[in-house]
Structures are given as C-alpha cells and as structure tokens.
Ligand binder design. Structure first.
Ligand SMILES: [Mg+2]
Length: 231
C-alpha cells in the first residue's frame, strides 16, 4: 500500500501529553497553598467545572479570560471557602504549577519517533495558553519530532474554528488536503475541526466512549500505540 499521508496534525492534551495527570498535580499543589483538601472527589469536581467552561468557550459562548476567573471562583465556592481570595491569583499560581507538567501519554514518545523515522511531518494543534503549552511541550521531550506547534492563543482562534485550521493549513508545507491527517481525542474540537476543513482523521477514544453514528474516521484507537501500526 502506498502511503497516503505525509503530514499529521496531532492534538497535544490527552493525545500526546497527559493533561489529566499534569492537571491533577497542579491542582493538588495549588490546593496545598490554600490548605484545602485535595481529595480525588474535589479534583474531579474541578475538572468538571474546567471542562464545562472550555466546552462553552469552544462553542463561542464565553471569552477565554472568563475561564481564568470563573473556574477557581466556582471551585472555591464549591469547597465552601469563605475567606477573601482573588480567583485570578489562584489561577496564576495554578498555571505556574501546570507549566511544569510535561507528562506524556504512555507510548507517545515512541509513536512520534517512529512516525518521524517513517518520514511523516508532525505538527501540534492545541488549544490553550501559549506560555503553558510551550513549556510543557519542551519538558515533554517530544519537540525533536515536531515540525511546528500551533497554539490557539497565538493564532487568535481555537479549534474547531475554521479560522484556526485555515491558519494551520496555510502555514504547513503540505498543500494537498488529501495527504493531511488529523489525530485527536476531542470530538468537539479536533474531529469537528477536521470534518469542517475536509481533512481525514483518527479519533483517539481513550475514554472508550460510544462511537457516534456520524463518525467517518480512518481509524478509532483506544491506545496511541495503535496509530503506529496503522500509519
Ligand atoms: Mg485533547
């Protein structure tokens, strides 16, 4: 079989980088600063609040800056914190811990290395804060395999926006859309963006969710290592 794709646009968080682990550690560190109990249940609650806000941001319902303020205001209010605190200050402490987290998904480094050896060009497509993502990617050890990194904050648009993908497509060397493959774990940002830009995609379904009817993926994998066998 001749190789169809030359270029891979791969999501960072929870596809190559272990965001859940990094987030959990950063959250526990910031809670320790405020003497709050970092139970698993509390951590799950924070994730739920944060995820919901990012989903609303992806839908264009709120501005990015609202996430920074609202997530810790809501979370601290859930924890019943009575003292005066500045949610923005909590957020910036949290981000400083988050930047230190370069944990990768099991098998991600080997995958990037083998794909690079096979001649694929790999680009990172990620929503997030530029400084945070840059530091984490640097720490991850994945950068030697990456041709370029496209961070939503820098571009001014986030996945799945058409403008985000237009920018990426304009700034990569491959111009034939049929030779570009998107790989990511989020149906609402990576996969929707790929579909809207008429790009093929692999869905990394690490949460083992039911495959939606409309999905027309090159492959659905539950472990990133499987991608190396497909490409
Ligand atoms: Mg992701």
């Amino acid at each position: 079989m001749s190789r169809k794709y030359t270029t891979l646009l791969i999501d960072a968080d929870n596809t190559l980088l272990n965001f859940d682990k990094t987030e959990n550690e950063a959250l526990k560190s910031v809670m320790a600063v405020y003497n709050l109990p970092a139970t698993e249940e509390n951590c799950r609650r924070y994730s739920a609040i944060n995820d919901a806000l990012w989903k609303r941001f992806e839908k264009g319902e709120i501005e990015r800056d609202e996430i920074k303020v609202t997530r810790f205001r809501e979370f601290f209010s859930y924890l019943g914190v009575k003292e005066d605190f500045d949610p923005l200050e909590v957020n910036s402490k949290y981000l400083s811990f988050l930047r230190e987290g370069g944990h990768t998904i099991d098998g991600a480094e080997e995958l990037c290395r083998s794909l690079t050896e096979k001649g694929y060009k790999i680009y990172i497509i990620t929503n997030g804060i530029a400084l945070t993502q840059e530091k984490r990617l640097k720490k991850s050890g994945l950068l030697p395999y990456i041709s370029d990194v496209f961070i939503s904050e820098t571009i001014g648009f986030q996945k799945p926006k058409r403008e985000y993908f237009d920018y990426v497509l304009k700034n990569i060397t491959e111009k034939d859309k049929g030779r570009i493959l998107v790989i990511g774990d989020s149906l609402s940002s990576d996969i929707k963006g790929a579909i809207d830009s008429e790009l093929d995609y692999i869905w990394y379904n690490h949460r083992k969710e039911a495959t939606p009817e409309w999905l027309n993926a090159v492959a659905v994998v539950e472990d990133v290592r499987e991608i190396g066998n497909i490409l």
